[in-house]
Design a protein around this ligand. Sequence first.
Ligand SMILES: [Zn+2]
Length: 195
Amino acid sequence: MTRCLDCGADRTADQCPACGLTSAAAELVVRRRLVRRTAFFLVGIIVFIATSRVFPALEIDAILIFAGLVFFLSLALGYWIDLRARKRQEVEVIKRIYFGMIPVPWIFAGILFLNGKLDNSRPIRVRATVVGKFSTNGLPRSRRLVVTSWRGIRRIERIAVDQNDYDRFQRGDDIVVQAQKGTFGLPWISGVYRP
Ligand SMILES: [Zn+2]
């Protein structure tokens, strides 16, 4: 052991010259902080998922997959810190990376929220046909209408809708999709209607 688990200072004796913690105490302090910050991180993920429903981005599934990957890898780092701290092994670098990731779900949530909330672009209404729908009840729970695309870059779009819209539209229905550009250029769906 060359560095203090808690403050990262070099040390030669069991007690850290910088923060005064022994290696056993430093392990406890680090693991306690790890639990607290991980809790804050997990709450951020819940807020992010909730926000993604309020202003559902057109590319919601790609965003969720990307965010899911980032969150999963971060949590793996947190787990790794815990494992190494128990063995009193060096954690300084992993700790910095992981603690740096803690605000990320909150930042993602903030971007999605402001992208819709501050958006004063004129809503664009386009016609589309429902060609399918699917739902999942896991985490996150999702309701999607699969509709013909109006963008010319792909054949279909998977649109996030609430339970009510999910129930009232069926395969074969013609619908009007109302979309907005988004403050940060992330198009989002502000409503689906009957023509
Ligand atoms: Zn220390």
